[in-house]
Design a protein around this ligand. Sequence first.
Ligand code: NAP
Length: 251
Amino acid sequence: MRGLLDKRVLITGGAGGIGLATAKRFLEEGSRVAILDRDAAACRSAQQQLPGLQGTILADVSDDKAVARAFQELDGLFGGLDVLINNAGISIRQPFLSITPEQWRTVTGVNLDGVFLVAQQAARRMLAGNGGVILNMGSTNGLVGYHYYADYNAGKAGVIELSRSMALELGPTIRVNAVCPGFIMTPMQEAEYTPEMRRSFENKIPLRKLGKPEDVAALFAFLASDEAAFISGQYFVIDGGEIAGGLASQA
Ligand code: NAP
């Protein structure tokens, strides 16, 4: 991709799953990459797997003070920021009527508040520097209803609207977009699903396969690059066609 060489890239939730694959991809593009994650053991493992990483910063994205400290650490490492992949997120499967206020706050606190807190710190630095690109992690769950993830779905819908609003206020200096994956097989899910479960998920998807973390990493790389220089304020679905037909796709 054009324009990623030597770019300073921060990836939240970068120690696992899609974030780790994205860190690997940006390193391959010649970028300078740091990850921010709350999982210390996973950070150590990421640094071993990807020795080219310039730093791993421990922080919980839902904690505003921890995020502010993390960015001070990042200033020492990079002295600015060009690309933010705002990826950290969690989900808890629970029927709507069983969601406790605490669970609601935990899930939206990471997935929506966390995206806001990190994006604000990043945007201030990009505005003071040479501009940049912010890519927020949404989900197809933010676009259509899914059973048993009401808190997650509401937070991801919020990320999409937050991204549009940020694009309006931060342009022309910063481009902002959201990425909305469908079913992506991270190593954790790969270990969890039986072959039958996997087949039943695959059968619901027009491309008859689940996505890989590398598929999403490639979309992030494109959207962060100069190839996407005229793209801002949008969301990009990457789901093998899963939600293309609405109810018709379930026939
Ligand atoms: P993952 O494998 O669980 O990796 C997420 C990483 O983020 C983990 O290292 C996790 O640490 C870290 N993290 C979680 N909460 C954090 C916090 N508060 N502060 C800092 N780091 C935190 O997840 P994934 O499947 O790659 O998902 C990454 C993103 O993609 C999420 O936003 C998710 O909602 C979104 N997404 C995923 C899929 C999918 O099918 N996988 C589909 C659509 C959207 P812990 O291990 O401690 O939790």
